[in-house]
Design a binder for this molecule. Structure first.
Ligand code: NAD
Ligand code: IPM
Ligand code: MN
Length: 348
């Protein structure tokens, strides 16, 4: 059986980093005998230009039928001037795929602490798994858009909180057994429900896992003050978006950070956490590691090819360890050169 990967390069640096990830996944697939077929579809700004719709029906149908979906990035100044937005397509795709759990691992590579803007002793040992709720909250509540008054509505149900909290506790059991739940329970009703639901699940099923609650403003501070003190960080959609960009630079660059968005089945959506980076797009300068590590997550979670996933992760570390990389991490490689080095470092 050949796995079908719906491949959505998207906009800006999206196609550059997506090509890099495909190259490395193909290499790992050959070595470990994981047959994959990549099928390209229009999505985001390019899809608006070609079809007037960021998520054309064909793209959606193919994503729903695929074994996994890989996305580069979407968006850019061209589509910021009114009319349909690429980002709307991404939110709709996440909702249709039912991928409510967004896993964003942030890891300072041992020996590579100097890449961090933090002091090396502060960055050392940072290994965080951010678990961001992805299909609820402010992103999906009713909106009213006006020139004099506008509103976004934040809604969470107990069931939505419980299912994402379960993912966090399960993940923590396979790691260092600690969950930090981040909310704004001193102000927001949804956060008070969030906290109550997390506590209830913890008390009934996960007493063995350490649980702490931190308010989101304090979390923004603690993340840079003592990043190594966190294991699994569980939070809602908007807070997770903001905190994951903040956390990503602890390791050196947002270009290093991957993500997996998962639902109840094996099929997931895999994308680097960064955007289309219009400031560097078209120059073959983007760091492909976030995309490549998203490819490793795709092979792990959707294709169940754990050995291939680990081999990609080892190849990235070995290549960065040798001092190679794009400009954002102090190297001199182009995106494609860096990807080629990583591809050739993939080994059994
Ligand atoms: P961005 O993540 O695109 O860029 C922020 C900064 O990080 C820029 O300076 C950029 O050059 C740098 N950067 C990003 N990726 C990099 C990489 N791989 N290597 C090196 N440097 C990198 O965020 P933004 O500029 O706020 O957003 C640009 C567009 O992307 C917007 O339209 C936004 O909506 C969209 N966006 C899309 C996604 C997605 O598709 N998942 C995620 C975030 C933002
Ligand atoms: C991300 C992005 C998206 C989000 C945007 C582009 C809709 O910032 O994946 O982090 O806010 O979820
Ligand atoms: Mn974001």
């Amino acid at each position: 059986m050949t796995f079908r990967i719906a491949f959505l390069p998207g906009d800006g640096v999206g196609p550059e980093v997506a090509a890099a990830a495909r190259r490395v996944m193909m290499r790992a697939g050959e070595i470990f005998g994981v047959p994959m077929k990549f099928e390209d579809y229009d999505f985001g700004g390019v899809a608006i230009d070609r079809h007037g719709d960021p998520l054309p029906p064909e793209t959606l149908t193919e994503c729903l039928e695929a074994d996994a979906v890989f996305l580069g990035a979407v968006g850019g100044p061209k589509w910021d001037k009114g009319g349909p937005r690429p980002e709307t397509g991404l939110l709709a795709l996440r909702k249709h795929l039912g991928v409510y759990a967004n896993l964003r691992p942030i890891r300072v590579m041992p020996g590579k602490e100097a890449l961090s803007p933090l002091k090396e002793e502060t960055a050392r040992g940072c290994d965080i798994l951010i678990i961001r709720e992805l299909t609820g909250g402010l992103y999906f509540g009713e909106k009213h858009e006006g020139t004099e008054r506008a509103s976004d509505n934040c809604v969470y149900t107990r069931e939505e909180v419980t299912r994402i909290a379960r993912i966090a506790f399960e993940a923590a059991r396979g790691r260092r057994s600690k969950v930090t739940s981040v909310d704004k329970a001193n102000v927001m009703a949804t956060s008070r429900l969030w906290r109550a639901a997390v506590i209830a699940l913890h008390e009934t099923e996960y007493r063995d896992v350490e649980l702490e609650h931190v308010l989101v403003d304090a979390m923004a501070m603690k993340l840079i003050q003592r990043p190594a003190g966190f294991d699994v960080v569980l939070t809602e959609n908007l807070f997770g978006d903001i905190l994951s960009d903040e956390a990503s630079v602890i390791a050196g660059s947002i270009g290093l950070a991957p993500s997996a968005s998962l639902g109840d089945g094996a099929r997931g959506l895999f994308e680097p956490i960064h955007g289309s980076a219009p400031d560097i797009a078209g120059h073959d300068k983007a760091n492909p590691v976030g995309a490549i590590l998203s490819g490793a997550m795709l092979m792990r979670f959707s294709l169940k090819a754990e050995e291939a996933a680990q081999a990609i992760e080892r190849a990235v570390e070995a290549t960065v360890e040798k001092g190679f990389g794009t400009g954002d991490i102090g190297g001199r490689d182009s995106c494609s050169e860096f990807a080629e080095r990583i591809a050739s470092a993939v080994k059994r």
